[in-house]
Ligand binder design. Structure first.
Ligand code: IMP
Ligand code: MG
Length: 179
């Protein structure tokens, strides 16, 4: 099936049912790994809203909490370029096991920076869980603790991921068609 967003056409590359299974598997693994750790899940908005919602239904670990953060990007004064500030975090991370929930890791720059920011708040450990990962695009030395599915270096939408604000609502994953 195909969808059109603005002037671009996208085609289903991973059906919703398969994504559901991938997320259920990840949840099972987390339930084993995180037992006794009272994990704090951090959903990175907007892209991860659907992934977080689907995943959390599978988590049975005692003391599980979830919070929602956003990365506001603005042009910083630093020469390094864009500074992404983490907003909406009200929890004390001291001594906590934090599990970041991300929709997709592309270059890895976003997660690398986010992990560095959260590290300063003295958590016991930080784990990264991403629904999708483009290994060929990775530009940072980044450990991903949970990867739903590795995908080719193509532009995708659906399951929370957007193209300029559109496409987040589709349960299937779509890939941009060539030409
Ligand atoms: P990174 O910093 O390059 O790893 O980029 C990660 C962020 O870019 C993700 O959180 C997404 O919001 C966005 N992104 C990367 N690849 C795609 C894609 O194929 N479709 C939609 N958004 C993407
Ligand atoms: Mg994102």
């Amino acid at each position: 099936m195909k969808i059109k967003l603005y002037d671009k056409t996208f085609e289903v590359s991973l059906p919703a049912k398969e994504i559901d299974e991938i997320i259920a598997e990840m949840g099972k693994k987390m339930n084993k790994d995180l037992e006794g750790k009272k994990p704090l899940f951090l959903c990175v908005l907007n892209g991860s809203f659907m992934f977080a919602s689907d995943l959390m239904k599978h988590i049975t670990v005692e003391g599980t909490e979830i919070s929602f953060v956003k990365l506001s990007s603005y042009s910083g004064v630093q020469t390094s370029g864009t500074v992404r500030e983490l907003i909406g975090l009200n929890e004390n991370l001291e001594g906590r096991t934090v599990v970041i929930l991300e929709d997709i890791v592309d270059s890895g720059i976003t997660m690398f920076g986010t992990k560095a920011t959260l590290s300063k708040m003295n958590p016991a450990e930080i784990k990264i869980a991403t629904l999708f990962f483009k290994p060929d695009a990775l530009k940072r030395d980044l450990t991903l603790d949970y990867v739903g599915k590795e995908i080719p270096n193509d532009f995708i939408v659906g399951r929370g991921l957007d193209f300029d604000g559109l496409g987040r609502n589709y349960p299937d994953l779509y890939t941009l068609c060539e030409e």
